[in-house]
Write a protein that binds this ligand. Structure first.
Ligand code: SAH
Length: 465
């Protein structure tokens, strides 16, 4: 299994200092389960690539373990070829200092975001390309993935669960290695060793700063901890500490969706996490929260210094007053107070005050608009306010059948004027995007049912040039 890391930041061969591995030498490291080798297929001024090649000894992997069932499976498997938790161990052992962001020779470079890419030639991905993108894209990576056929000689056998994957971003080497270290076994959804408390601590430490706000944090955590319920619930609780669950009554029934053992994070929290992650990944500094309600998202935005200016807009004065109280706007320190504003306004009218922002969130608001007003909303948002990024969520009506106490009209809330199926939302979003020069991609929020889809659907619109 092979991992290739490339940078184009001049002088690119400084990568050798960051990895603590000399580009001119071919180096080998003995690991418990095989040998890791590091070499540089190219090491120029403009472009430099380092390869970590892992030769796994499948017999060594089994040696010392008790025999029993599935012994053949232990010898004949994909572990020697596919990137897995073994690769993570190799990253930690061979590139440990780089992963921690330490460099004696180039300390400032270690802390600087660089143009970096990582290629994994054989990555098993349970959940396919969609999951791959749902994990890497909110972290700011572009993703190129090619699914490998089961056998190149026999294309009719169909596709394998293996992908050739390349991700790229402007990021620190330490972040890139950390993401790979945590996520490779998550895609594989298997680990070669026992998972206990230590593994949870490792996840919380390595996930610091990016996992708590990740829209897929639930699934990442579950898989990382090998589906061990107790561990995974504790990890999730610690990822979002001290936030009393603000369950909005419309969403409360979601608690019944999964069995009580695995009481999920409230849908509301997952939704806000997904929106926050998409806003972060967009690089936005000045953001609008349109239909901000009582300010749940505003509170999270205020906590993140990336967002220099945060503006909440709502049509209801009473709601804005509640937001003001909840956010303690009259008691904020001056510097914080200068970052946030609340404005009364309607989203179905053109409003000059909303022009020129980097991003807008529109969370669970469209379904409150009368269908005949949708066209006006679309113009006010995409033609007039025209932020570079729009993150919009709305219920997926198909999911409602899983809940007992949705109203007689089968909608989740008496004030909802409609709820869209996935196809209806897509049709509206794609047409609106096309009319106004945006691209849109769709992200499921909450448990994604194979036939009904997720409870919440999210569209991330990005403005073209
Ligand atoms: N985004 C918030 C609130 C969602 S509830 C959250 O996720 O918690 C919908 C909100 O949209 C309400 O606060 C309602 O007052 C507001 N709203 C409804 N129609 C609106 C309109 N035409 N213009 C602005 N806000 C509107």
């Amino acid at each position: 299994m092979l991992l290739t890391i490339t940078t184009t930041r001049r002088p690119a061969d400084d990568l050798g200092y960051l990895l603590h591995k000399h580009p001119g030498r071919f180096q080998s490291y003995a690991l418990a389960f095989g040998t890791a080798r590091v070499f540089y297929p190219e090491a120029g001024e403009d472009r430099c690539s380092a390869c970590l090649l892992l030769d796994v000894d499948p017999v060594g992997l089994v040696r010392g373990k008790a025999g029993g069932e599935g012994l053949l499976d232990r010898y004949v498997n994909d572990r020697p070829y596919a990137a897995s938790s073994l690769m993570s161990v190799a990253i930690a052992q061979v590139f440990g200092s780089a992963m921690q962001g330490r460099s004696n020779d180039r300390p400032e470079l270690a802390a600087t975001p660089l143009p970096l890419s990582a290629r994994l030639d054989v990555l098993p991905v349970r959940g396919g390309e969609r999951f791959l993108r749902a994990v890497f894209e909110p972290l700011g990576y572009s993703v190129a993935a090619e699914r490998r056929p089961l056998d190149e000689q026999f294309p009719e056998w169909g596709e394998s669960p293996y992908f050739a994957v390349e991700i790229a971003a402007e990021t620190t080497l330490s972040q890139l290695l950390t993401h790979l270290y945590v996520l490779i076994p998550v895609f594989d959804d298997a680990k070669h060793y026992f998972v206990g408390d230590a593994e949870m601590e490792k996840l919380l430490a390595k996930g610091a700063g990016w996992l708590a706000g990740h829209p897929e944090k639930d699934e990442i955590t579950r898989r990382y901890l090998k589906h061990r319920h107790g561990l995974y619930r504790e990890a999730l609780a610690r990822l979002a500490p001290g936030e009393p669950a603000d369950v909005d009554e419309a969403d409360e029934p979601s608690a019944r969706v999964e069995d009580s053992l695995e009481k999920p994070l409230s849908l509301n929290d997952q939704r806000l996490g997904a929106v926050l992650a998409a806003l972060r990944a967009s690089g936005a500094r000045r953001v609008l929260d349109l239909g901000c309600g009582e300010g749940r998202l505003l509170r999270l935005l205020l906590k993140d210094p990336q967002f220099e200016e945060v503006v909440g807009v709502d049509v209801s004065i009473r709601t804005l007053e509640a937001a003001r109280d909840r956010l303690h706007l009259d008691r904020l320190p001056e510097r914080q107070a200068a970052r946030i504003r609340l404005m009364q306004g309607s989203l179905t009218y053109r409003d000059r005050r909303l022009e020129g922002y980097d991003a807008a969130a529109v969370v669970e608001v469209v379904e409150h608009l009368d269908p005949p007003r949708l066209a006006a909303f679309e113009r006010a948002l995409f033609a007039s306010a025209r932020p570079a990024t729009v993150v919009l969520t709305t219920p997926n009506r198909e999911y409602n059948v899983t809940w007992e106490n949705v109203g007689p009209d089968r909608l989740r809330h008496p004030d909802h004027r409609f709820e869209w199926t996935r196809a209806e939302f897509r049709a509206w979003a794609e047409a609106a995007a096309a009319r106004h020069g945006y691209a849109v991609r769709f992200v499921p929020v909450g448990p994604d049912d194979p036939t009904l889809g997720p409870p919440t659907q999210m569209g991330v619109f990005t403005r073209g040039r």
